[in-house]
Design a protein around this ligand. Structure first.
Ligand code: FUB
Length: 309
């Protein structure tokens, strides 16, 4: 993943699934990658940044998949802003999870009332098309950046947040929840002391990504805005308590945001993120990338350098 090929070399080949290197999507600007492993393939859902945009006014999500992390198949648009009829802008960071023989697509969009809200789409196939499961938001009150996780006991959780960090316990149907949203305490022991923009008490900014590996719960997030880096904390349960572990990916490149996703696939570990490395790229024309990495023996995550050119 050391370099990227010229855009023109790939325009003719992407539809038949030829690509390697970073950014691994070079035909459009993309951001906020959300990988998932299904049937021996990696599927990566992502936002679609518009050429020339000066804000995150995206209108659809895209999907690419690979069986070997080198050749990527373009699955087009599995879900659009237009499918959420109660929303009118800002198709932002999604995540998809499988359950009940269905696939559930969580994403923040701008509600017609002007605030951000999290909707949920559903499809019987991973590639979609997804349709709005509820006809209304699942989570409201200006919330963004959902991440979804199912624990070993079958309890599903939806987390989200900027500036605060929240979770709810999802019901088995994955489109409703029990109880009220719970705020995760942003302590410096849990999320580190901010050194950049100091208007917030901890390094947590946005883009949570929660998973469990070898008995350790991980929450990875964009931190210490602006520009963002990627940091993480570990916990002893899906709801904490959380212990701050430090920086994974330092601030680099021309995008002042970053947004991560982590998977294990065919005995390797992969860290997905975005930068502004395509020609014409920057804060609103971002590109998804991936780096292979190896966990330390104690489960901690090493520093991972971005591919910036
Ligand atoms: O892509 C729009 C927003 O930028 C996301 O919701 C944040 O995580 C940041 O990447």
């Amino acid at each position: 993943f050391a370099c990227f090929l010229p855009l023109t070399l790939l325009l003719d080949s992407i539809s038949v699934g030829v690509k390697a290197d970073n950014p691994f999507v070079q035909t459009i600007y993309t951001a906020d990658p959300a990988p998932m492993v299904y049937n021996d393939r990696v599927y990566v859902f992502m936002d679609h940044d518009n050429t020339g945009a000066t804000y995150y006014n995206m209108t659809d999500w895209h999907l690419f998949s690979s069986a070997d992390m080198a050749n990527w198949q373009d699955h087009g648009i599995p879900m659009s802003l237009a499918n959420f009829t109660w929303a009118n802008a800002n198709a932002w960071a999604p995540q998809v999870i499988a359950r009940n023989g269905q696939f559930y697509f969580y994403a923040p969009v701008r509600h017609n009332d002007g605030s951000m809200a999290i909707g949920v789409g559903v499809s019987s196939t991973i590639t979609g098309p997804y349709h709005d499961a509820l006809g209304k938001p699942l989570v409201e009150n200006n919330e963004i950046d959902p991440t979804v996780f199912i624990d070993d006991n079958g309890q599903a959780y939806l987390y989200w947040g900027n500036p605060d960090l929240w979770y709810v316990k999802l019901n088995q149907d994955m489109i409703s929840y029990s109880g009220s949203p719970t705020q995760i305490p942003l302590t410096t022991a849990g999320f580190g002391t901010r050194t950049g923009n100091a208007q917030r008490p901890t390094t947590f900014e946005e883009a949570p990504w929660v998973y469990k590996r070898n008995g350790i719960y991980y929450i990875i997030y964009a931190a210490d805005c602006c520009s963002e880096d990627i940091r993480y904390s570990t916990g002893t349960s899906a709801t904490g308590p959380w212990t701050y572990r430090g920086v994974i990916m330092p601030t680099q490149g021309s995008s002042f945001t970053n947004h991560e996703g982590i998977i294990d696939f065919k005995n390797n570990s992969y860290f997905f993120y975005h930068n502004g490395a395509l020609p014409g790229g920057g804060g609103y024309q971002r590109s998804v990338c991936v780096e292979q990495f190896t966990y330390n023996a104690d489960g901690t995550i090493p520093t991972i350098e971005m591919t910036t050119a």
